[in-house]
Design a protein around this ligand. Structure first.
Ligand code: HMG
Length: 390
């Protein structure tokens, strides 16, 4: 049975910060961010946008009434949970109006959580061939004002429908994973921001890539010329380029190097404008490649590298199916152009605003949030969401 991604959608908040403005405010040469990290902008979420609203919006981009009837499982991969107990996917289930006979869960392992969710979804379809699973990757990456990771923040969500005989791509059965007990990036329960050993994390990311790729190519007898493109988890786009240079040997044939390089630059277009979205970052990279490449065709294989700090990583491949381009958007750049640019002062106030509760656990927001879904208020410690009917 062929199982894979049938539909894919993306959502981001309507605000962004120009990375050059951030560099100026922090007294840093803008080239460090623009050329050193290959980052251009970052998405900024107001207090009324979180993993639930972004996830529901991403799924709304493609869900039909028929899809809603067929979905019997919704999984969110996230490390920006809104509750220690209740899964964020239950809120999304409700906002989207999915069938009550659905399993709704949340998966966590840093940025790897989205890939883990896809693996669970695929296994579910293996044993329930008529099932459709909605996988949501949704995160707000915040390091804090003046932190070294500040230039790699972001906010956004990718949603995917996983089913048999998919319309976009097949998830091949060639997964190789690796786990290492390391402290490169973590966020204790009491902390608003992650602790990160930035340079160590980068080294681990690249070493996990190299060792997992060596194992993968040995186990499945595959080499780079089996692939048209490589998609990476992208905390910042430059790390993908370093990844490419790590696994593509210097003496590799020039045509292959040029092709992988060209597709890499196509794949980072959206990430450069959004920043790190943790669990969704790899899938935004894939979306950017699929929606902007002029050279991909059905039957092409794409190598995927997923990395989550802590750390777990995975390499697997996907194969494009006939007519994949019909299920994709060609006008997404207009969404980026429509965003509102923030000043540094607006960004600092908006991205780090905290919910203030009264003694009864109530809070309401004075907000002009006109997004499809937003957080309306907190009542007796319960988050209340609303859907704007356009
Ligand atoms: P830093 O110390 O601020 O920057 O930290 P740097 O000194 O390493 O410089 C960055 C690059 O800019 C370097 O390029 C410089 O040379 C260059 P490189 O040598 O590495 O190719 N540069 C310049 N280029 C042109 N003109 C200039 C200039 N100045 C410098 N004037 C770091 C950078 C990424 C470490 C920091 O931003 C950070 O800590 N980020 C957060 C952690 C992170 O993203 N780690 C990545 C791997 S871990 C991961 O992917 C998991 C994660 O997504 C979390 C999860 O799994 O949940 C993070």
């Amino acid at each position: 049975m062929k199982i894979g991604i049938d539909k894919i959608g993306f959502a981001m908040p309507k605000y962004f910060l120009d990375i050059a403005d951030l560099a100026k405010a922090r007294n840093i040469n803008a080239n460090k961010y623009v050329k050193g990290l290959l980052q251009l902008e970052m998405s900024i979420a107001p207090i009324t946008q979180d993993i639930v609203t972004l996830g529901a919006t991403a799924a709304s981009e493609f869900l039909t009434e028929e899809d809603k009837k067929n979905i019997d499982m919704i999984i969110i991969g996230t490390e920006s949970g809104i509750d220690q107990s209740k899964s964020a996917s239950i809120f999304i289930h409700s906002l989207l109006g999915l069938s009550p006979f659905t399993r709704a869960i949340e998966v966590k392992e840093a940025c790897y959580g989205g890939t883990a969710a896809i693996a669970i979804a695929k296994n579910h379809v293996v044993s329930n061939p008529e099932a459709s699973v909605l996988v949501i990757t949704s995160d707000l990456a915040k390091y804090g004002i003046g932190a070294t990771g500040e230039s790699t923040q972001g906010a956004g969500s990718c949603a995917m429908l996983i089913k048999k005989d998919p319309s976009i791509l097949i998830l091949n059965d060639d997964n190789v994973y690796q786990t290492r007990d390391i402290m490169d990036f973590w966020r204790p329960n009491y902390s608003d921001f992650p602790h990160v050993d930035g340079h160590f994390s980068t080294k681990q990311y690249l070493d996990c890539l190299e060792t997992t790729w060596n194992e993968y190519s040995k186990k499945f007898n595959k080499s780079l010329d089996n692939f048209e493109a490589i998609c990476f988890h992208l905390p910042f786009p430059k790390i993908g380029l370093k990844g490419l240079n790590t696994i593509v040997p210097k003496q590799e044939n020039e045509n292959l190097k040029d092709k992988l390089n060209e597709n890499f630059h196509t794949s980072i277009i959206y990430n450069q404008k959004v920043g790190n979205i943790y669990t969704g970052s790899l899938y935004l990279n894939l979306l950017s490649l699929l929606e902007n490449s002029k050279s991909l065709s059905s039957g092409d294989n794409i190598l995927m590298y997923s990395y989550g700090s802590g750390a777990v990583c995975e390499i697997f491949s996907v194969t494009l199916v006939d007519g994949f381009e019909k299920r994709l958007r060609s006008d997404r750049m207009a969404d980026f152009d429509a965003r509102v640019k923030l000043s540094i002062e607006e960004y600092e106030k908006m991205f780090f605003e905290k919910i203030e509760l009264d003694e009864n656990g109530n809070s309401s927001f004075i907000s002009d949030d006109d997004s499809l879904f937003s957080l309306e208020k907190i009542e007796n410690h319960m988050r209340i969401y609303k859907k704007n009917n356009f």
